[in-house]
Design a protein around this ligand. Sequence first.
Ligand code: FMN
Length: 363
Amino acid sequence: MPECATAPETALPCIEAGVPALVLAPMEGVTDGPMRALMSEIGGFSFCVTEFVRVAQTIPGPRVFRDHIPEITDGFRTRAGLPVQVQLLGGDPDRLAQAARVAVQAGAQALDLNFGCPARTVNRHDGGALLLQHPDRIRAIVSAVRAALPGEVPVSAKLRLGWDNASAIHVNAERAAEGGAAWLTIHARTKCQGYRPPAYWKPIGEVRQRLGIPIVANGEIWTVADIRRCRDETGCQHFMLGRGALASPTLARAAARELGIRGAAPTRTFGRTPAEWLPLLRRFIDISAAVVDSPAYTAARIKQWLRMANHDGGMAWADSLMRRQSLQGLLDHLGALAATDGGDVEQQPRQDAPTPVACPAIL
Ligand SMILES: Cc1cc2nc3c(=O)[nH]c(=O)nc-3n(C[C@H](O)[C@H](O)[C@H](O)COP(=O)(O)O)c2cc1C
């Protein structure tokens, strides 16, 4: 098991037994470079995980990693210094091992393997949650990647409870551990349960008790009270936050205090008003502008984010922003909402001139 330094300047993207940690979840198309940068500025996380890099027929070269992971130029850290772990997805042990080597040669300090993605196209091409039906293949993949890398580079695995049967987690987790995973992250749902609540945390605790490696609990944590309940139910000290961290941008800071993570700064509850969100979105736009040359793409990302934040209908004002096409139109409207405290800004629905959403160019 590799040693994890805990001083911020030398911290690794690593889970260590007995040291509580909070991980920002990989979310394809959501927690990309700009979002990781923003979340790490706000604080609370111990490290973050990239969206998956897919390893199919060809081995991704250094350029693929550079395009996918802007933090590569800063030693796999966000500008605010948060360590970034690289996630790979695929079904072929040898190709994954080769891809992992490329990532490590480019400077990656830790690798994660995706055994949870439920997307049909991914599963049809022998990747993600499909592997949950083949425990021996999980072991072979983890073991091949482990063997390909220097001992100090940890390899972890991210699993769902199973494909359609939650009890599969026991054999799958065991095989991943046998393959040499340094820790496991378990999303508390099967593939067939998708992202629908509830999450089933109990099996995570059972796996934690049976296996001798750290377990990161994940799924349906939206508040500090959820973290407490999840900790009570699983006995875990390590948690991964996905949608909840985006819906409540100071959740990670509050959770870090709750978990007693070293250096956790005090925080206040983030409000759900336009006035609270306006400066945050402005900052996101500034960060995005440095790496993504498409304001339309950034506008689409903001809408996606606000839909996630409004998952419980508690930010009804966000609905009116969905009609704004341009980034400037969206900002102007949010500014007007902030000035009127979320009240009606105008009665006539207004459509900005539609701007085609181009594929973002990562500079
Ligand atoms: C839009 C979206 C994209 C995701 N992409 C990934 C991914 O690239 N890799 C991965 O391991 N999990 C991915 N996940 C799963 C999350 O990492 C996490 O396990 C899941 O959202 C449950 O956690 P939460 O309830 O805190 O959101 C994704 C989830 C969502 C909603």
